[in-house]
Write a protein that binds this ligand. Structure first.
Ligand code: HDL
Ligand code: ZN
Length: 428
């Protein structure tokens, strides 16, 4: 017997639309943002916030050059405010701000209570100038309904090293992650830096070097208490036992993560500096080898792998790989995927292949205020995609309670990630 929609069975009441129920549940589910480039407010100027940082975000820099015939170096020679003026005028005044990064600025300013339709950058600047970072952090976390963000902490960043060496009182909402790109991407060039930091390492991975590298990771992990170790990898990264990168990964990094029961996060598919003149905005992408991810998950069943990929073409295979390896946890619609069209597509793929056993989004925010729009825009999409899944489920005869919805959202918005971090990898 085909299930009649509830409304026909009982005409004296209209069921609450699932999107409304999802919206209500979302407002009661504070989220954990598992990858950002934000910093604890106690780390001072490393935490970017305010209108000028919002406008000179590298996503907008690459977009403004598409209209501006000026030489790159002339733009970068301007100070931050002048660059922001340029971007505001070109991307918001001369053209409608319809790109995701531009619309994000509008969403954020509007949700902060500013009247963007005055289109008055001077007045917006004045509003921000009266804010303190403490009140701004609280307001942004409240607007985005966040309970925490994970930073990207680099033991290779001289400014950041100094701050950790000085020490500071941590804000518990800002969790740490240990970023090791220089170790795994260009180890040989990193040897002098490591030696200068007091580690007796050499280009060859002899036993002393391997134990010194493990000491380096241990000392930083003891200092910052990271949730995971992270690296971003080029599209050409493959599981190749002949490479020194493979030896570093399998003899130093993965054993360290196993010992600490810490996931290893791989962000696959970034091609750095395809246009170096664009500086931070100059990176691009390529297709990665998900087979290499599968080889790592199979060969190291006691390691846990958090993986996100930059290529749309890799997304389906990543979901299939996650069906084969429970020590593989896909996360986020990373960078060039963080647009409504692809968020919907990727999240639907994941719901349909993985159920709820993944983390659908991280913000990658570089500027505190971006948390507001990146999460607001994502929730708009989540209400549609998850709402559709719930409606399809109800049409198939399964009733979804508000408690079910709250439980599912709690998992998607940080709970599944925290379980994955806590658990021993069962993939033995
Ligand atoms: O490598 C990364 O963590 C990337 O997220 C880059 O930081 C990139 O510049 C970025 O901000 N993407 O959103
Ligand atoms: Zn990032």
């Amino acid at each position: 017997m085909k299930r009649q929609p509830a409304a026909e069975e009982n005409t004296d009441f209209e069921p609450i639309p699932v999107e409304t129920r999802l919206g209500n549940a979302l407002s009661q589910t504070p989220l954990l943002d598992i990858h950002t480039h934000l910093y604890d407010p106690a780390m001072g100027k490393m935490l970017l916030w305010g209108i000028d940082d919002l406008l000179v975000y590298h996503y907008l820099v690459s977009e403004v050059f598409r209209y501006l015939p000026v030489p790159y170096e002339d733009f970068f020679a301007l100070d931050k405010e002048q660059q922001a003026d340029f971007i505001w005028n070109e991307l918001f005044i001369q053209h409608s701000p319809i790109s995701e990064s531009c619309r994000g600025v509008i969403t954020t300013l509007n949700m902060l209570g500013l009247d963007v339709n005055k289109r008055d950058l001077k007045n917006i600047r004045k509003w921000f100038s009266k804010r303190t970072v403490e009140e701004h952090v609280n307001d942004v976390f409240e607007l985005g309904n966040l309970r925490g963000v994970v930073m990207t902490n680099s033991p290779f960043d001289r400014e950041e090293i100094q701050i950790w060496k000085r020490g500071f009182k941590r804000d518990s909402r800002f969790l740490a992650a240990l970023r090791v790109d220089p170790l795994l991407i260009n180890y040989k060039d990193t040897v002098p830096f490591l030696r200068e930091q007091g580690y007796d390492v050499r280009p060859e991975l002899d036993e002393t070097t391997r134990s010194e590298l493990r000491r380096f990771l241990s000392e930083w992990a003891d200092k910052i208490d990271p949730l995971y170790l992270m690296v971003s990898l080029p599209p050409e990264f493959t599981y190749n036992v002949e490479t020194s990168r493979h030896r570093l990964l399998t003899k130093v990094v993965l054993p360290f993560c196993r010992e600490r029961k810490m996931p290893f996060a791989m962000m696959c598919g970034v091609t750095r500096a395809v246009n170096p003149s664009l500086q931070l905005a100059g990176d691009s992408m390529g297709r990665s080898s998900i087979e290499s991810v599968e080889n790592l998950c199979r060969t190291f069943p006691e390691n846990k792998f958090l993986v996100t990929v930059l290529s749309r073409e890799n997304q389906h295979h990543l979901c299939v790989a996650a069906r084969k390896f429970r020590n593989l946890h896909p996360f986020g619609c990373w960078w060039f995927n963080n647009i409504p069209t692809l968020i919907d597509e990727i999240t639907n793929l994941r719901f349909e292949l993985l159920g709820l056993s993944f983390t659908p989004q991280h913000s990658d925010a570089r500027v505190l205020d971006q948390l507001v729009y990146k999460w607001t825009h994502f929730k708009e999409s989540l209400i549609l995609t998850l709402g559709e899944k719930y409606s399809a489920l109800e049409a198939s005869g399964w009733e979804i309670s508000d408690k079910d919805i709250q439980r599912d959202l709690k998992g998607l918005l940080g709970g599944e990630f925290e379980t994955f971090c806590r658990e021993e990898s069962q993939n033995k």
